[in-house]
Design a protein around this ligand. Structure first.
Ligand code: AMP
Length: 249
């Protein structure tokens, strides 16, 4: 059984992002880029399914600039078998990514499709759900446990106030939550081996998708600076300020 994993190239989670002076986006000059953390969890889960014998081949796909090859190679070093870069320098919206992934699903026929629950750059949380709709497949979103058994997969989902377990017929979409697993670090020999694994380059038009037409970011702003706090001398003063200044009691 094949697994397809979608990985997005994003600004590393530890980097403090800077907004460009003209406020059209985030300044990516000399900024460390990484696999979106939730996608890394998706890769790890696919590798664990392969180690358990439930999956035989893992294909990693990324839609983005040529440099996104680095993130595909990182996923190959973690244990994926081959990669597909769908190369574009255009801004790509969630529906376009979902349509491209649908094109890859049609060609590769994976049974398990793993995505992150959201990309930490645009926080959109849409691609997995859209892909499930385009495929007419079941979806287990926000997964904290995944068990593949025969032609089905059981996904335990993190929902408000608890856990819900759903059973999905394959092929199915799974989007990963933080507690699904702890991704391993790539061992040096595996980083070397990953350089030799196959990586195909395609373009969105290979899947009938036109990019750069539907989405344009027009304004990006940093959060307003927080004002310094005030120290009060007594409980009475605090109550007075809460009542008359903040007007919250
Ligand atoms: P989003 O819906 O944009 O928050 O992203 C959810 C998940 O969809 C990500 O964690 C990835 O698994 C996948 N995804 C989103 N954008 C891309 C992209 N450009 N290339 C590959 N996968 C993507």
């Amino acid at each position: 059984m094949k697994a397809l994993v979608a990985v997005k190239r994003v600004v590393d989670a530890n980097v403090k992002v800077r907004v460009k002076a003209d406020k059209t986006g985030v300044d990516l000059t000399n900024v460390k880029m990484s696999i979106n953390p939730f996608c890394e969890i998706a890769v790890e889960e696919a590798v664990r399914l392969k180690e358990k014998g439930a999956v035989t081949e893992i294909i990693v796909v990324s839609v983005g600039p040529q440099a996104a090859q680095e993130q595909i190679r990182s996923a190959l070093a973690l244990g994926a078998d081959r990669g597909i870069l769908v190369q574009t320098d255009d801004e790509v919206g969630a529906l376009e990514v979902a349509k491209i992934l649908k094109g890859i699903v049609d060609q590769e026929k994976p049974e398990v499709i793993l995505l992150g629950k959201q990309a930490i750059d645009d926080d959109s949380n849409q691609v997995g759900q859209m892909l499930a709709a385009l495929m007419g497949a079941g979806q287990g979103t926000f997964a904290s446990e995944v068990k593949v058994d025969g032609g089905k997969v059981q996904v335990t989902r993190e929902v408000d106030g608890g856990l819900q377990t759903v059973e999905l017929a394959l092929p199915a979409i799974i989007t990963t939550d933080l507690r699904l697993n702890e991704p391993r670090y790539a061992a040096l020999p595996n980083i070397m081996k990953a350089r030799k694994k196959p990586l195909d380059t395609k373009s969105p038009s290979d899947y009938g998708v036109a990019t750069g037409t539907k989405l344009k970011t027009i304004l990006v702003e940093s959060p307003a600076d927080r004002k310094a706090g005030v120290q009060v001398k007594s409980v009475d003063e605090l109550v007075e300020k809460l009542k008359n200044e903040a007007k919250v009691i």
